[in-house]
Design a protein around this ligand. Structure first.
Ligand code: ZN
Length: 254
């Protein structure tokens, strides 16, 4: 986690702005002591003292921390962005970044490897009830530039929820949309003769892969300029089920 409560002043502080001497610091969720971790290479952050029983900050990689810090910093200087807060607590979850963008309350959530589709669905529903539009983001990875890609369960969910696109963070407030197009394999044609001399053949057609897709990258988006509040009435298909929810979705064609 990037923020904690500084006990002397009872104020929320960022790890990068304080030193150990400013403490003690406590976790805003469980109120237990946290340690400020500062280094030259790693992103400055707070961590619980073991044994860790609190969900706040769990499963956050350095990449995840870097992404939310960068999104926060980028939005800080954008016009039309108000009430910006890093790690805003919503009871059942902590939004990585929260802001009111052009009047729309938005929660930005960056996907973590330990988050299941059930978790994503529950958080999305919670934001919907609170009237907050949610933007789920993945971290961009070079594999998305290949022709054959196996989307994970959360990517399939996001693709269905966000009207056929998944959004990946690519630095600052730059978001890279990806559409997953069908991936087909060619089944070779083969012929053979049955005992009576009849010729038989099979194959010679393209077969759509269930597991693989071809990622198609769209034009880069800006969080503060290319998204709007959109209601998804709900979707059910295959193994994916999206509830009626309020999303912060693209207003661009591609
Ligand atoms: Zn805690």
């Amino acid at each position: 986690m990037l923020t904690a409560i500084c006990q002397p002043g009872q104020t929320k502080v960022e790890a990068r702005n304080v030193s150990k001497a400013d403490g003690p610091f406590i976790c805003p969720t469980c109120r237990k002591d946290v340690i400020v971790s500062k280094g030259l290479i790693r992103i400055h952050h707070f961590r619980h003292k073991p044994p860790v029983t609190c969900y706040r900050g769990r499963g956050e990689s350095q990449q995840h921390l870097a992404a939310k810090q960068a999104i926060y910093d980028a939005l800080l200087v954008q016009a039309g962005v108000a009430d910006l807060e890093l790690e805003k607590d919503f009871g059942v979850s902590v939004a990585d970044v929260y802001a009111r963008i052009s009047g729309v309350p938005v929660a930005i959530e960056i996907q973590k490897s330990n988050l299941s589709v059930a978790d994503i669905t529950a958080r999305t529903l919670n934001y919907h009830r609170l009237g907050i539009a949610v933007l789920w983001l993945g971290l961009w990875n070079p594999e998305l530039g290949s022709l054959k890609y196996r989307p994970k369960a959360w990517e399939r969910w996001c693709h269905a929820a966000y009207f056929g696109r998944v959004f990946y963070w690519a630095g600052g407030e730059t978001i890279r949309p990806v559409q997953f197009a069908p991936f087909s394999t060619y089944v070779e044609e083969r012929t053979w003769y049955e005992s009576g001399g009849y010729e038989q053949s099979a194959g010679g057609y393209s077969k759509r892969s269930k597991a693989f897709r071809t990622p198609r990258r769209g034009t880069d988006h800006r969080i503060s300029g290319d998204f709007v509040r959109r209601l998804n009435d709900g979707f059910r298909g295959g193994s994916v089920s999206v509830p009626r929810c309020t999303l912060y979705a693209s207003n661009k064609k591609n």
